[in-house]
Design a protein around this ligand. Structure first.
Ligand code: NAP
Length: 414
């Protein structure tokens, strides 16, 4: 690393101070991770160089985690790795294997919880030319804010017939007069006002800052009243309390404005989860930002990704108040490991989100523009090529090189 590169810092108001030569940590990931990371790195470096002409540069700092970390240090995810992410404020990672049956919790979930990255942010925007099952895919422009730290993902569960499960069942029957069968497995679903409100506040702020017309609170409160229902109630409260006149509820829009939202206000509405799955298919243009508890968020993000080209195209970020980790939303796709074959777009577009986060948005825009142009030219990896007639199948690295060529062909905007 060059001696002049520095870490991102924060001012007293929590705003990022990003040096022109900035150190950013990366975890290349397992399986196909190294292939997509190599591709992503050349695209990010190419865009930064093209747009800022050497004035700005990223110095990459590798963090060993996952299989590589285990080989090197005997640890899948060390405290040092977590500290490095925390200290550098922004990091990017490829997918990590979760070792099955070894009593190890998902490394991805551990990173999110250990660093309190409470918002999983997944933008889903259609790129022209990408195959989609939708009739009008160009209407898709949504961003999911999934709560990342609680709900059924809190990891509080007991196996059926275990002593712990039976103890909980006895307590619920004897003390709480709940009717439930013995021998059941038990999982606990905590949803709190504090964690709901900070997630919804982040979603509303994002909608305001990025010109989205609405925030939809997605919940299953008709059935789970005190968890999902409370999420909805607290969500409205957070929007009203923290954003005042900048927001308006859908109910108010119909009551006072004949259903036409007044200019410049973000509409806060809510939808029952199952109905929302229908509506995003039938009327995708009615939804912008979607804020939702953890499990709903997991489902809806992948379903929306499928509408806009699948997981290979879907970027993601896990963002907290202190730091953020940008990551591919798919897994390690182990059968393709080392074959230089899979689509690196998910990680490349996550890299663009990272550039937005650090305020280098011109470089982020350049990446999105040139990736879209490369797809338009029909140079795509196998996953898209099998759905686009007349396209040319390129490898993971060739796809990245084609994007860099597009970038280089454009004048810089320094
Ligand atoms: P996966 O790795 O996402 O792969 C499933 C299938 O999705 C692949 O076989 C491939 O389908 C397609 N796919 C995934 N990535 C692609 C890409 N970049 N380009 C094109 N197609 C892609 O899911 P998995 O096999 O269930 O999980 C494997 C491992 O990943 C597990 O250890 C899991 O724990 C881990 N995982 C990690 C993360 C993370 O790090 N955030 C997330 C999910 C899973 P085709 O074969 O049909 O082409």
């Amino acid at each position: 690393m060059s001696s002049s590169a520095e870490k991102i810092k924060k001012d007293e108001n929590g705003r990022l101070i990003v040096p022109d030569r900035v150190v950013i940590p990366f975890i290349e990931g397992d399986g196909t991770g190294p292939d997509i990371w190599r591709a992503t790195k050349i695209v990010i470096d190419g865009a930064v160089e093209n747009v800022y002409g050497g004035r700005r540069k990223i110095e990459w700092k590798e963090i060993s985690a996952g299989e590589k970390g285990y080989e090197k240090t005997g640890q899948w995810l060390s405290n040092q790795a977590l500290d490095t992410i925390r200290e550098h404020v922004a990091a990017i990672k490829g997918p990590l294997t979760t070792p099955v049956g070894k009593g190890i919790r998902s490394l991805n979930v551990t990173i999110r919880q250990a660093l309190d990255l409470y918002a999983c942010v997944r933008p889903v925007k259609y790129i022209k030319g990408v195959p989609s099952p939708m009739k009008n895919p160009e209407k898709i422009n949504m961003v999911v804010f999934r709560e990342n730290t609680e709900d059924l993902y809190a990891g509080i569960e007991w196996q059926a017939e275990s002593a712990e499960a039976e103890k909980v069942i006895s307590f619920l029957r004897d003390e709480m007069k709940a009717d439930l069968p013995g021998g059941a497995g038990i999982g606990i679903k905590p949803i709190s006002a504090k964690n709901t409100k900070r997630l919804v506040a982040k979603a509303v702020k994002y909608a305001i800052d990025n010109g989205y017309p609405s925030v939809t609170l997605m919940h299953k409160g008709n059935i789970m009243k005190f968890t999902e229902g409370a999420f909805c109630t607290w969500g409205y409260e957070a929007a009203r309390q923290q954003f005042g006149d900048a927001v308006i509820t859908e109910e108010e829009v119909y009551k006072n404005y004949s259903g036409k939202p007044p200019e410049g206000k973000v509409v806060i509405k809510d939808r029952i989860a199952d109905m929302l799955f229908q509506q995003v298919l039938l009327r995708p243009d009615e939804f912008g930002v979607i804020a939702t508890p953890n499990l709903n968020g997991d489902y809806i993000s992948d379903a929306l990704a499928a509408q806009a080209g699948g997981l290979g195209m879907a970027p993601g970020a896990n963002i907290g108040d202190n730091c953020a980790v940008f990551e591919a939303t798919h897994g390690t796709a182990p059968k393709y490991a080392g074959l230089d074959k899979v689509n690196p777009s998910s990680l490349i577009l996550s890299g663009a989100m990272m550039l937005d986060y650090i305020g280098w948005d011109e470089a982020a825009a350049r990446i999105r523009q040139c990736l879209a142009e490369t797809v338009k030219l029909g140079k795509v990896t196998y996953d898209l090529a099998r759905q686009i007639e007349g396209s040319t199948t390129v490898s993971c690295s060739q796809f990245a090189k084609a994007i860099v060529e597009e970038i280089s062909s454009l004048e810089n905007v320094r």
